[in-house]
Design a binder for this molecule. Structure first.
Ligand code: PNS
Length: 162
């Protein structure tokens, strides 16, 4: 039987419960799932690539077919390198759809052998995004329940270091 490797690419700055929900769903349908963290060159991330990788590894430890890696450059080039044939992306609401469709079609044009697979996170997380979590946290709002406790602790440490 053919084994399917998928990558789940993203910035994960920070990792949210919505991301984790999707990783769990992805781990059930793919033989192997590689969470691929983008080394952002243009944005200044809250967490460094090494920190994001470290936290992702700790949080995905329960799933034995899930591994964590980092990448830069074109996502499809990375997918080919690791022999992935699918890309997992989450769609929360219709507002995500347009951007995701553009990316999926561009990626298909670049690499027709790779399929983008969309999954919906649990509706509890349908409004949760890394951008909003960061903004709310930096302005003093509570983010408990939106990110795993480990991430919340690391975010508090980050804020205290400033
Ligand atoms: O979590 P994000 O920020 O929504 O993830 C976006 C990501 C990393 C999937 C996207 O920006 C990406 O694939 N970047 C790598 C560069 C690339 O391949 N660009 C062409 C996309 S069509």
């Amino acid at each position: 039987m053919k084994k399917v490797t998928a990558i789940y690419p993203g910035s994960f700055d920070p990792l949210t419960n919505g991301h984790l929900d999707l990783i769990e769903r992805g781990s059930k349908i793919f033989d192997r799932l590689i969470v691929a963290i983008l080394r952002n060159t243009e944005k200044t991330p809250l967490f460094s690539l090494a920190e994001r990788r470290d936290m992702m590894e700790a949080m995905t430890e329960p799933w034995k077919n899930v591994s964590v890696d980092t990448f830069e450059g074109l996502m499809v080039d990375y997918a080919v390198k690791v022999r992935a044939t699918a890309v997992l992306r989450g769609i929360r609401a219709i507002s995500d759809y347009e951007y995701e469709l553009q990316m999926a079609l561009m990626n298909r044009r670049l690499e027709p052998g790779i399929e983008t697979v969309f999954m919906m996170p649990a509706e509890t997380y349908s409004y949760v995004s890394s951008r909003l979590v960061k903004e709310v946290f930096q302005l003093g709002g509570t983010i408990t329940g939106l990110v795993p406790p480990l991430i919340e602790r690391r975010m508090k440490e980050k804020l205290n270091q400033r």
